[in-house]
Design a protein around this ligand. Structure first.
Ligand code: SF4
Length: 467
């Protein structure tokens, strides 16, 4: 059992009691809700005559179903309009703040909570979306939950959970130019496996992580869940505090000093004991691209695809399935794989720094004719900031479409969908079969800069040639 980690401290501080099942009843400090996983939860509350216990600890936004071109109401998709109206009505009824379209605060739930200063160190956070692990970048313990758990948190502000083991995932050294946080996490998942983190919280540490900005840390923690970990986190430090200071929901005045002292005390102790420790060298990480149907099926951009014999026995079945689905062959280079659609966005890589890196690659260059390329900023705030910096002009001059914020083609619950067997170069987090809106669509995950490079050439390209 781990001891002295931030995870242990936060878990202990939020423990309400032990349930007859042996699970911990854990208090949830912040509950983030959106239009897709909340309507049934509210309906279940209504059936039992229950109220939301802590509306002041609940914040809503709309992201999954919003169109990214026209935002005119009613939305063209009547089902999406219905979901939006249901969220608006539920928030009104229960007194829950809603960051709606046009509020200046709307966006992907895992983008807006940090940028508003709602996400803070030492918190427990829950949201009905798998990538809630993102908030761990601040030293919060954050869980993605299902609809029945959304109901539980609305009604009781607690969750029944099994305590996790803690694995320290240390990455040391300086990343080479053209290698980004996305490459780090794709590399880690490739080597630890998509199920390697089952039963664990991942504590990301080491000099590489320490040197990262908050946005880069969010990218890493965002995909902890893709490595099987229930959550991922990074100990809060000066970078965390500098990011939070002055944000709308961050503590202000004297409360700020008190909060920072508290946050420092939550850091993992130097003599902490972990259940497992793994160490990676940043110098071995190259721009990484997935070739298969799980985020662990990735290779460096200058590598060839693995033969089945090169893979552990347990991975050969899914690798064969991936080759059949993707239409790729063992031994072929990933570089040069043709792409039809290039998507920059999502809660993994739809933040301002992601857009800046992609724009650097695109400035003065053009999208290859025939390639559809579009950028979906992670939030209204990211969009406004990008426009203030002229990034929209760079994207549009290159041939990218400049859209409104939302989840968009990360999971294609809005009109942004792949067609048929199209191949997408995507800065999102999942490459599962059919994830981007076509049952036969194919997704290659990579960093936003790599997506920009692919848009220019129409094929998987090493972004370093453009830097
Ligand atoms: S961008 Fe994708 S992963 Fe992130 S919240 Fe939206 S659907 Fe979920």
């Amino acid at each position: 059992m781990s001891r002295g980690t931030l995870f242990d401290k936060v878990w202990q501080q939020h423990t309400v009691g032990t349930l007859p099942s042996g699970q911990t009843q854990l208090f949830i400090g912040l509950h983030l809700i959106h239009e897709v996983t909340s309507p049934q939860a509210f309906a279940m509350l209504r059936e039992r005559g229950l109220k939301v216990l802590y509306p002041q600890r609940t914040v809503a936004t709309v992201d999954h179903i919003v169109p990214t071109d026209s935002l005119a109401r009613p939305l063209q998709d009547s089902l999406a309009e219905e979901m939006l109206q249901a969220l608006e009505a539920n928030c009104r009824e229960h007194g829950i703040p809603l960051f709606g379209i046009g509020s200046g605060r709307q966006g992907i739930v895992h983008v807006i909570a940090p940028e508003q200063g709602l996400t803070q160190p030492g918190m427990t956070i829950a949201c009905g979306d798998s990538h809630t692990s993102t908030h761990g970048a601040f030293g919060a313990i954050a869980f993605g939950i299902g609809t029945s758990q959304v109901r539980d948190v609305l009604a009781t502000q607690t969750l029944a959970l099994n305590k996790l083991k803690v694995r320290k995932v240390e990455v040391n050294g300086t990343l080479a130019p053209g290698v980004y946080a996305k490459d780090v996490i794709l590399h880690l998942i490739r080597h630890l496996g998509v199920n390697g983190g089952v039963g664990y919280a991942y504590e990301f540490a080491g000099t590489t992580i320490a040197q990262m900005s908050m946005e880069e840390r969010m990218t890493v923690c965002n995909m902890a869940i893709e490595g099987g970990a229930r959550c991922g986190y990074i100990n809060p430090d000066e970078t965390t505090f500098a990011y939070l200071k002055g944000r709308p929901f961050a503590p202000q005045g004297e409360a700020w000093e008190t909060a920072v002292a508290w946050w420092r005390s939550l850091r993992t102790e130097v003599d902490a004991e972990y259940d497992d420790v793994v160490v990676f060298d940043a110098a071995t990480i190259a721009p990484t691209v997935t070739w298969g149907i799980t985020p662990g099926q990735g290779v460096a951009v200058d590598e060839t695809l693995p033969s089945l014999e090169m893979l552990p026995e347990s991975e050969r079945g899914i690798a064969q399935e991936a080759y059949d689905y993707m239409g790729l062959q063992p031994g072929q280079p990933i570089r040069g794989t043709k792409v039809d659609v290039c998507f920059i966005g999502s809660c993994t890589n739809g933040r301002i720094s992601d857009l800046r890196e992609a724009a650097k690659v695109l400035e003065g260059r053009k999208v290859k004719p025939g390639v559809k390329a579009f950028v979906v900023p992670g939030s209204e705030r990211v969009k406004a900031q990008a426009e203030a910096e002229g990034l929209d002009t760079i994207f549009e001059a290159a041939g990218f479409e400049w859209r409104n914020p939302g989840c968009s083609m990360c999971l294609a619950m809005n009109p942004d969908k792949l067609q048929g067997r199209q191949v997408s170069a995507s800065s999102s987090n999942r490459n599962f079969k059919g994830r981007q809106g076509s049952a036969a669509g194919r997704t290659l995950l990579m960093s936003p800069a790599m997506v920009a490079a692919a848009a220019i050439t129409g094929e998987v390209t090493d972004v370093r040639q453009f830097l």
